[in-house]
Design a protein around this ligand. Structure first.
Ligand code: DQA
Length: 148
């Protein structure tokens, strides 16, 4: 089983961003924890981060045919990234949306996700643990053969 793990704009700066919202882990540390979890779950992970919506879309278009699911933190594109929404939808893959911070309790504009309707689940506010829970949820969903 192969999972695409995608991080959007500014997530390459984790560790230097507001720790009260995002925690103190770097993206590399999160990816390492995910790699260990992936190993334990018996799945292969393909990591990608870009600050550009088009870069994320190119990656999804190129890789989704050989993948079984997508774990994504779209960063601020969560709130307005309609092209990213469409690329996720067109991939036909199950998607789990993750946020380090709790977007439901922050500024009004962050409470809206244009991605959530293509996701089987949104996990928000659990910092690094949210990614690990997201991966577990996605793998269980795929193994359960629920499809989408
Ligand atoms: C985020 C929340 C977004 O609102 C923000 O723009 C991010 C990160 C999160 O992980 O909490 O860059 O997706």
């Amino acid at each position: 089983m192969k999972i695409l793990v995608i991080n959007g704009p500014n997530l390459n700066m984790l560790g230097k961003r507001e720790a009260r919202h995002y925690g103190s882990d770097t993206l590399k540390a999160i990816e390492q924890a995910l790699a260990e979890k992936g190993k334990a779950l018996g799945c292969e992970l393909d990591f990608f981060q870009s600050n550009h919506e088009g870069g994320l879309i190119d990656f999804i278009q190129e890789k989704s045919q050989d993948a079984d699911g997508i774990l994504i933190n779209p960063g601020a594109l969560t709130h307005y990234g309609y092209s990213l929404h469409d690329a996720l939808l067109d991939s036909g893959l199950p998607v789990v949306e993750v946020h380090l911070s709790d977007i439901r309790t922050r500024e009004e504009w962050r409470r809206i996700s244009v991605i959530s309707d293509v996701a089987i689940r949104q996990i928000s506010g659990l910092k690094k643990q949210g990614y690990l829970l997201g991966l577990e949820t996605l793998v269980e969903h795929i193994r359960g053969g629920e499809g989408k």
